[in-house]
Design a binder for this molecule. Structure first.
Ligand code: KIV
Length: 265
């Protein structure tokens, strides 16, 4: 079993092998993803929406995130475990960001953290790296900035915004991040950014020319009914399978068919 590290991800970019990333929030799913050979399990702050039922990612706390990081850690052997830093856990000052990020490694067993933002995060990233905490960047449509963006909108369509994103990517790379999530960007811009960097980019609604791809797992499994972004492909419809199973269980219990002899002691 070859353990995935930040170094092996870099090798993947250099040898033109795609990096696979999925969000993960619990132990059994982590085991299956690890078995499937997914490179990075990201305990995303989408936890707030797709597991906890909030409208945005903003309310989730460090302690709630940690609870899930620990569960995913127990199910992960090979994949790189990345913990997303929730809103306001890293924006206030670098020293506070280091302390909070350190909790994800020390208490949660994560191997890296992810933060949203461009050049304004450079100081924070450097402080984290000085404390030996690997950092993944995230630019473009950054969901923690939903209110500033005025909704979940594709970013970088205008020239000045595109130029800013290209420069942000370079500054994050110079600051030392090991990879950058590009979310909600036109594929042409994501390709330009990818070609300009020596570190891997991970597409989240940024087209096929990035070095890797991430999806929010409940979206790709048909387990999040509230909305599905255009870039999401549903690889399964587990929601329908669960509904069918729950209905059959209810029917069989009500009709006295379950438990039967086979399922009794
Ligand atoms: O929180 C999350 O799940 C994410 C991914 C969508 C990249 O940040």
């Amino acid at each position: 079993m070859e353990k995935i590290t930040t170094a092996s991800l870099l090798t993947k970019k250099q040898t033109h092998r795609k990096i696979t990333v999925l969000t993960c929030y619990d132990y059994p799913t982590a085991k299956i993803m690890d078995q499937a050979g997914i490179d990075i399990l990201l305990v995303g702050d989408t936890l707030a929406m797709v597991v906890l039922g909030y409208e945005t990612t903003l309310p989730v706390t460090i302690d709630e995130m940690l609870h899930h990081v620990k569960a995913v850690k127990r199910g992960t052997k090979k994949a790189l475990l990345v913990a997303d830093m929730p809103y306001l856990s890293y924006q206030i000052k670098p020293s506070e960001a280091v302390r909070n990020a350190g909790r994800f490694l020390k208490e949660g067993g994560a191997e890296a953290v992810k933060i949203e933002g461009g050049r304004e995060m450079v100081k924070t990233i450097k402080a984290m790296l000085a404390a030996d905490i690997p950092v993944m960047g995230h630019i473009g449509l950054t969901p923690q900035a939903v209110h500033k963006m005025g909704g979940y909108k594709v970013q970088g369509r205008e020239k000045t915004q595109a130029e800013k994103l290209k420069e942000d990517a370079l500054q994050l790379q110079d600051a030392g991040v090991f990879a950058i999530v590009l979310e909600g960007l036109p594929w042409q811009l994501a390709k330009e950014i990818t070609d300009s960097l020596s570190i891997p980019t991970i597409s989240c609604g940024a087209g096929k020319y990035c070095d890797g791809q991430v999806l929010v797992t409940p979206d790709m499994l048909g387990l999040f009914p509230d909305f599905t972004p255009k870039f999401v492909k549903k690889y399964a419809d587990l929601g329908s399978i669960m509904l069918k199973a729950f209905k059959q269980y209810k029917r069989e219990v009500e009709q006295g068919k379950f438990p039967d002899k086979k399922h009794s002691y």
